[in-house]
Design a protein around this ligand. Structure first.
Ligand code: UTP
Length: 291
């Protein structure tokens, strides 16, 4: 049986202003967690969920992402000539097969909804996933796989996380119709509400499944919070048109769009590595961490 969700969109057209000056010449999505770029984690996660086609919505200054997912024949030859065939094979092992990766360009970063709309001609008539590379997860079952496993094949679904306190205003927030435990049914979403206006404490984190019906709304190019074309507004419309669910993700999420989240992710992912764990732990033990 063919997988229910075969295509994934990776919006990578944003400016990454919160990481300047690092992102002046380097795409934010290429910042490494330990030694692997953020976008690479998102692509690995998509593949683990059964995604077969990878669609990147890029922008000005993002060509390093295309190069990263392409064969590098010079590097390959150089590694082999130096007896590092294993490293060369590893580098080739995750490059998407020809015709399975597509790039389209968002000429101006008008918002996440606009970025997804730019991918519309690649989608056809089937549900698709959207992964924001800023959010990465440490989870036994990768985040998108948890979603695909719970997805009925109809309507939309978002990854959700409980956020307490004023930070809820940094997120799209779910208006919950019925809470069924790990999955909730959703009647609407609100982008960046004030804490008093937040319809719940369940926030959307950077993984989505949606149907191409979303393009009917995005075609209108309506702007929302911050003057941007918001994906949250399109999904809120979709939640009225179709069944729509949120799923509480089992695992730890790191918001690598902020410096604090990015640093935490580097420590947490390094501690997962057999070659780094002991050295890092010994270093941390030498630190005077105060109270
Ligand atoms: P963010 O809003 O976190 O990224 O979007 P940003 O705008 O690049 O970062 P800051 O706020 O200026 O630091 C999350 C994801 O959506 C993409 C970004 O590239 C990022 O991967 N995005 C955002 C687009 O592709 N296009 C947009 O217009 C906006």
């Amino acid at each position: 049986m063919a997988a229910l969700v075969r295509k994934a969109v990776f919006p990578v057209g944003g400016l990454g202003t919160r990481f300047l000056p690092a992102t002046k010449a380097l795409p934010k999505e290429m910042l490494p967690i330990v030694d692997k770029p953020l976008i690479h984690y998102a692509v690995d996660e998509a593949r683990a969920a059964g995604i077969e086609e990878f669609i990147f919505v890029t922008g000005k200054g993002k060509s390093a992402i295309e190069d990263h997912f392409d064969h590098a024949s010079d590097l390959d030859a150089m590694l082999r000539s130096r007896g590092k065939a294993e490293a060369a094979d590893e580098l080739n092992s995750w490059v998407p097969a020809p015709g399975k990766v597509a790039y389209t360009r968002q000429q101006e970063p008008l918002g996440l909804g606009h970025a997804v709309w730019c991918a519309r001609h690649f989608i056809g008539d089937e549900p698709f996933a959207v992964l924001l590379p800023d959010d990465i997860f440490l989870a036994d079952v990768p985040c998108l796989k948890q979603m695909v496993d719970a997805y009925s094949g109809r309507g939309g679904m978002v990854a959700a996380e409980t956020i307490t306190g004023p930070d809820i205003s940094n997120y799209g927030v779910l208006d919950v119709a019925k809470d069924q435990g790990s999955v909730v049914s959703v009647r609407g979403l609100v982008e960046k509400p004030s804490p008093a206006d937040a319809p719940s404490d369940l926030a959307v984190v950077g993984r989505y499944i949606m149907t191409p019906k979303v393009f009917e709304y995005l075609d209108r190019k309506e702007t929302g919070a911050g003057g941007e074309i918001q994906l949250t507004d399109a999904l809120s419309w979709l939640a009225v048109e179709e069944e729509f669910a949120g799923i509480r993700i089992d695992g730890e999420r790191f918001d690598c769009g902020t410096q604090a989240g990015y640093l935490r992710a580097n420590v947490a992912f390094a501690l997962q590595r057999d070659d780094l764990r002991d050295g890092l732990k010994s270093y941390i033990r030498t630190l005077d961490l105060g109270a």
